[in-house]
Design a protein around this ligand. Sequence first.
Ligand code: R5P
Length: 295
Amino acid sequence: MIIVPGPASTDLGLKIGHLLKAKVIPVEYKRFPDGESYLRFTEELENENVVIVQTTGPPQDSNLIQLLLMIDAARDINAKSITTVVPYVAYARQDNRFRPGEAISSKTMFKLFESLRVDHFITVNFHSSDILNLLRIPHENLSAIPSLADYMLNKLNLIGAFSLAPDEGAKKIVEESSRILGGEYGWLKKRRDRVTGKISVDLVSVNVKGKDTIIFDDMISSGSTMISATNTLKALGARSIYVACVHPLLIGNSRERILMEGALKIVGTDCIQSPVSIVSIAPLIAEALRRRFRV
Ligand code: R5P
């Protein structure tokens, strides 16, 4: 197999290649004066099992188009197979038509990958695993939650900490983390206004008084979800509050706002490179590629 890290995941691609002792080839990349992307593989890929690693966090549109250009070019020059590793899939959150006329962007993403004939698709904590099942190419949805929980346990000594999901959608995540941390888990009831995006949390009863707590979620975007969960935990008397997420998009000053609200530390992964990307998903991806290529 040959690993090709795209411009958005250069470090991650190199780490994966290093763990697998696989050949890594860089792409030549530049932007034209009008903003369009130029990409070129720097070595022959004909008849090779090509693994393209490219996340599609902000700036989503250009990272996504670079990914599509790489897949199509690899197909065009007769790669034997194309595996795409897309740790964060942009546009995955809109998976339904909530208001008449809305575009269902997650479905559009799937159509793109299918039409470019990707052979195998690997992602991490895709926003909704049920929706991912609509993707009609073989795919794997890996979970980085055990790696995050391991870090909380072994590096921050949060043995037995309470795992909190900021909404019911993240319930599976905290079931997973609590198995590693050995503490209880619970979730809040969050509502988001479909037009303004404003969120509110219903009154809940989670028993966190005097406990170390960790809020786990798949992603932090504006930070509003984590901020309101942090406030709820403070009001309920938690002893300490930590925040963990797989995809740290961290738009604007969300990181500072979450910390100012009282969270002691934010821990994220390198699914998206950010100042809180402390935990690497490279071992998780390398293991999946070992299984796929039996190496
Ligand atoms: C929602 O369903 C997701 O799991 C996250 O809770 C949400 O997308 C985070 O967004 P924000 O940081 O803007 O509140």
